[in-house]
Design a binder for this molecule. Structure first.
Ligand SMILES: *Cc1c(COP(=O)(O)O)cnc(C)c1O
Length: 245
């Protein structure tokens, strides 16, 4: 949709948006008494073209994320020369794992044993090490579980042990999306506080699993306040997506 836009204008628009997001992260860090370098901005480029990824790289972005392999694979290939770190943040079907293991550096959406086994095989075949985060569904216990995937909090420890033993996979931490239903709906601070508890518990058994991926355009401040190490920001940088993506 932005292909017809003059690249100079688009770059200026992205630069302005990035500056505003950077300011929000810096303020949130200051308010929480955290150092700015404890939080990594991951720009979610889903639905936007490879040209935008290139402009973002020119503006200093180092981490990008995608949620659908069909879109991500060609984009990552088109941007292979940029040396970016690619994060896969969407629900992952096992038939896409082989492709994802070819370009992703991190997978934030590991939520079941079958996926761990599939990722292990794909990482070995690709000769790559994949950083893995366990996606936690904070609405899983309410019976109103959304459609975004994720493991129930009670299943995190077992999945973590499986990940830690898997060849070619590195257990790096936890991820969540603030739930739209259940007891945490509309309360991102409480949701991210719960994720922090789950992360703390995980790190007693797996001290290296320090990543906490939480917070998007609308709730990055709450995530930084609750200890997020990675915020995943899409629309505040790239603009409103025309459809849910
Ligand atoms: C799309 C998406 C984001 C970014 O959402 P915005 O509201 O556009 O910032 C973050 N995380 C995941 C898992 C996503 O799918």
């Amino acid at each position: 949709m932005t292909d017809l836009t003059d690249p100079g204008e688009r770059k200026a628009e992205l630069a302005g948006n990035l500056a505003r997001v950077e300011e929000r992260i810096a303020r949130a860090c200051a308010a929480a008494g955290r150092s700015r370098d404890e939080v990594t901005l991951v720009v979610v480029t889903k639905t936007y073209p490879a040209g935008d990824v290139r402009l973002l790289a020119e503006l200093g972005v180092r981490h990008v994320a995608e949620n659908r392999d069909q879109d991500a694979a060609p984009k990552a290939a088109a941007c292979a020369d940029l040396g970016l770190t690619w994060h896969f943040v969407g629900q992952l079907q096992t038939n896409k794992v082989r492709s994802v293991a070819g370009y992703a550096d991190f997978v934030h959406s590991v939520d079941r044993s079958r996926l761990v086994r599939s990722l292990e095989g794909a990482a070995e075949r690709a000769g790559r090490e994949l950083g893995c985060l366990i996606q936690v569904a904070l609405d899983a216990e309410s019976g109103q579980r959304g459609e975004r995937g994720g493991a129930a909090p009670a299943d995190v420890d077992e999945l973590a042990d499986e990940l830690a033993k898997a060849q070619g996979l590195r257990l790096d931490g936890v991820m969540t999306v603030a739930p739209l239903a259940g007891p945490y709906a509309g309360s991102p601070s409480e949701a991210f506080g719960r994720l922090r508890e789950i992360s703390t518990r995980l790190r007693t058994a797996h001290p290296a699993a320090k990543m906490v991926s939480a917070g998007m355009s609308s709730d990055l401040e709450e995530a930084v306040a609750a200890g997020a190490t990675h915020v995943r920001v899409g629309s505040a940088v790239l603009g409103q997506r025309p459809r849910l993506g």
